[in-house]
Write a protein that binds this ligand. Structure first.
Ligand SMILES: Nc1nc2c(c(=O)[nH]1)N[C@H]1C(S)=C(S)[C@@H](COP(=O)(O)OP(=O)(O)OC[C@H]3O[C@@H](n4cnc5c(=O)[nH]c(N)nc54)[C@H](O)[C@@H]3O)O[C@H]1N2
Ligand SMILES: Nc1nc2c(c(=O)[nH]1)N[C@H]1C(S)=C(S)[C@@H](COP(=O)(O)OP(=O)(O)OC[C@H]3O[C@@H](n4cnc5c(=O)[nH]c(N)nc54)[C@H](O)[C@@H]3O)O[C@H]1N2
Ligand SMILES: [Mo]
Length: 644
């Protein structure tokens, strides 16, 4: 294929990443992309991350799927798009009388307003969908319980912080621009304290570090609150602006600092150190990572940290605030995508999706449509999901590679990828919206999700019609916080949404009585099950987004598992011996390496590698929802190591 060469094209990244970068991309005659962060974009500031520099190899990779494929006894049979869409239409048509037998599974493969169209399409059909998330819903539910709404200070306001407490964000991997802002704040004199189970890359971003047992942040936050209560007393004005101060006082009085510190495996002096830090540095911003809400009591962890941010006097002020995330759709008008009757839509619980599919009755699930989702690899209990898929008559997977999920499809539809499709993207970290301009055409034979469903809908009787693409883009921009036309957005590449820099200023919260809600309960952590003494953290990797990893980057050696030198279950023999990581759900052969700063009980796995290459950590993780928000408690998984 001859590529049209180009000077810098301003576009946007559509990966599921907080930074949602504005990019400048040029294309050379061989079709090679040169990617730079857009220097004119106030948030991107001319730089971008490792994973996106790594990304273009995906676009012209030899293993990319370039034609619809139908599963036949002897293997995959290529189909034309006409044949493939007719087949889909035929299968849907049979289920038209019981559309809930169709399940739509929508993942985070690509962000953008047009990615709401598949949900509209299947909503109009009356298909089943999911509730809950694999990602952030425990923290969101907790923040809404506390503040009444999901909001946070503008991320640029971090520059005004004098202290930053980083509760478990991996600044070396998660978000290069948050890392930049933290570094800038430090240059201006802010101090940074990080709380984590260790094994991350926060050392060089932190002045102080506290290591705790995973999943127990709520006890550490409670310990600091208890110290505040005993030493200074809480500010009466703050107590007046909140509800449940008596209940909170009782919980704190019932729990001495020593027992709270013990519950999170933190020496008392560290709890005191954190208390001094909150007291000394003002204003103080609290960063809340996603990791600490991926536990059985993940929602509660976030509620106690928010409570500490509030009662230490740091909410509603510049330089303070508690940062979890915002909604990446909040600056758009997505009403067009919700124009169907959602009342009778069946919603299966995503964190337990395998079981949910197996157990669904009236009607049972008979067809599944998957887009942007490597669900078998990324949701817990891969084996159960695999079994569930096997029981369903017809599975369509829209993806670009033969992922673990695509491998289970009956029909595979090849999709366009990042930089090949038009969209408008928001961010769950900052308040800019960006126009994603296609930089190269998708390979012949690959189509974007919107086009696929628009074409499919026309073949149904009666048809299911998506609004014209351009209308969806225009409508999405008609929101109270955006005053920009599609033409202007295309021309400028990005726009800033009008949002206040300080969330909940004047301590006006979004509950009907305007008051903050203090936590009402402090659950103990259940003890580890017998024979499974270790806690499995399955964290992101720096050089890829989730499971979007190329075959050559994961073939070969066994996956690596990091353990502490003081791991109580450390095998007696050498590290090179054959080892298995074992949970009640399965066994995985691994190689081990030692990470000195890890909490002794932790084993760490960088997730995303595929089952078919010997990876797939979700084979070992059982489906467990979080306390709040139907999130996924991946990190409550206990495991052990076995030799041989
Ligand atoms: N390179 C890259 N960047 C990404 C992604 C990616 O796949 N690759 N994914 C994006 C997405 S969708 C998300 S949701 C985010 C995830 O971003 P992160 O929240 O950074 O990711 P995780 O790997 O889930 O959890 C990370 C951190 O939580 C800490 N942690 C785990 N348990 C606890 C705990 O109990 N207490 C405390 N205090 N800390 C704990 C771990 O030490 C780890 O450093 O990253 C986004 N950015
Ligand atoms: N063990 C464990 N697992 C986890 C987590 C954890 O902490 N521990 N956290 C998780 C988190 S934070 C998240 S957000 C999820 C992410 O889980 P997923 O949403 O499944 O993310 P990806 O692995 O990136 O898979 C997305 C797929 O979409 C495809 N794709 C890309 N662009 C498009 C497109 O435009 N159209 C279509 N149809 N497909 C496209 C990609 O090729 C890829 O195969 O998983 C999580 N899984
Ligand atoms: Mo996520």
């Amino acid at each position: 294929m001859e590529y049209e060469t180009s000077m810098d094209i301003v576009t946007a990244c559509n990966l599921d990443c907080p930074d949602a970068c504005s990019l400048r991309i040029s294309v050379d005659p061989r079709g090679e992309l040169r990617i730079r962060g857009n220097p004119d974009h106030p948030f991107t500031r001319g730089f971008t991350c490792r994973k996106i520099h790594n990304y273009p190899r995906r676009l012209r990779h030899p293993e990319r799927i370039r034609t619809p494929l139908l599963r036949r006894k002897g293997g995959w049979e290529p189909l034309s798009w006409d044949e493939a869409l007719n087949l889909c239409a035929e299968k849907i048509q049979i289920l038209r009388e019981e559309p809930a037998a169709i399940l739509h599974l929508h993942g985070e493969g690509a962000k953008g307003v047009l990615k709401a169209a598949p949900s509209l399409f299947f909503g109009l059909l009356g298909a089943s969908t999911t509730r809950g998330t694999l990602c952030d819903s425990a923290g969101i539910a907790a923040s809404i319980d506390d503040f009444g709404a999901l909001d946070m200070n503008d991320i640029d306001d971090l520059a005004n912080a004098r202290g930053i407490v980083n509760w478990g964000k991996d600044l070396s991997r998660t978000s290069v621009h948050t890392a930049f802002l933290v570094r800038e704040a430090r240059k201006k004199g802010a101090k940074v304290l990080t709380i984590s189970p260790g094994g991350d890359g926060n050392g060089s971003f932190s002045d102080e570090v506290i290591r705790l047992r995973p999943g127990t942040d709520r006890f550490l936050a409670a310990a600091v609150l208890r110290l505040f209560m005993d030493r200074d007393g809480f500010d009466p004005m703050l107590l007046e602006r909140s509800k449940n101060s008596e209940g909170l006082g009782k919980i704190l009085r019932d729990h001495p600092v020593e027992s709270l510190a013990a519950a999170c495996d933190v020496p008392c002096r560290d709890a005191k150190r954190l208390f001094s830090f909150y007291r000394k540095h003002r204003p103080l911003a609290t960063l809340i990572g996603w990791g600490l809400q991926r536990y059985r009591f993940g929602g509660e962890n976030v509620r106690w940290i928010n409570g500490l941010a509030f009662l230490s006097g740091n909410v509603g002020i510049s330089g303070g605030g508690s940062y979890f995330n915002i909604s990446s759709g909040r600056n758009f008008n997505l009403d067009w995508a919700r124009s169907f009757d959602s009342r009778n839509i069946r919603k299966l619980l995503l964190p337990k999706i395998g079981e949910e599919i197996l157990e669904a009755v009236d009607p049972a699930v008979k067809m599944i449509w998957v887009n942007g989702f490597n669900v078998v690899n990324q949701a817990p209990d891969s084996a159960v999901i695999t079994r569930a898929f096997a029981k369903v008559d017809f599975k369509v997977v829209v993806d670009a590679f033969m992922t673990d999920t695509a491998g289970l499809a009956d029909l595979l539809l090849p999709c366009a990828l990042n930089f090949e499709q038009e969209d408008i993207v928001g961010s769950y970290l900052h308040n800019y919206v960006q126009y994603a301009r296609p930089v190269v055409p998708p390979p012949e034979g690959c189509r974007d999700d919107f086009t696929i469903l628009a074409e499919l809908g026309k073949r149904l009787v009666p048809p299911v019609l998506l609004p014209p693409r351009e209308k969806c883009l225009r409508r999405s921009l008609q929101s109270p916080s955006l005053g920009i036309s599609l033409e202007d957005l295309k021309e400028r590449g990005f726009a800033r949404a009008a949002r206040r820099a300080v969330a909940f200023e004047g301590l006006n919260f979004a509950h009907p009585d305007k008051k903050y809600r203090l936590p009402e309960i402090l659950h103990e952590d259940p003890p580890p099950p017998p024979d499974y003494p270790l806690i499995l953290l399955s964290l992101i990797r720096g050089d890829a987004i989730h499971s979007q990893i190329l075959p050559e980057d994961q073939e070969g050696d066994l996956p690596i598992l990091y353990i502490s030198r003081n791991c109580p279950n450390r095998p007696d023999r050498g590290l090179s011996d054959a080892l298995h990581l074992v949970s009640p759900a399965g066994r995985l052969p691994v190689r081990i390496r030692v990470l000195d700063d890890l909490h002794p009980r932790v084993v760490l796995y960088r997730r995303g590698d595929w089952i078919r290459f010997g990876g797939g950590i979700n084979r070992l993780i059982s489906a467990l929802p979080t306390d709040l928000g139907d999130g996924t408690a991946y990190y409550s998984q206990h495991v052990r190591l076995e030799t041989g």
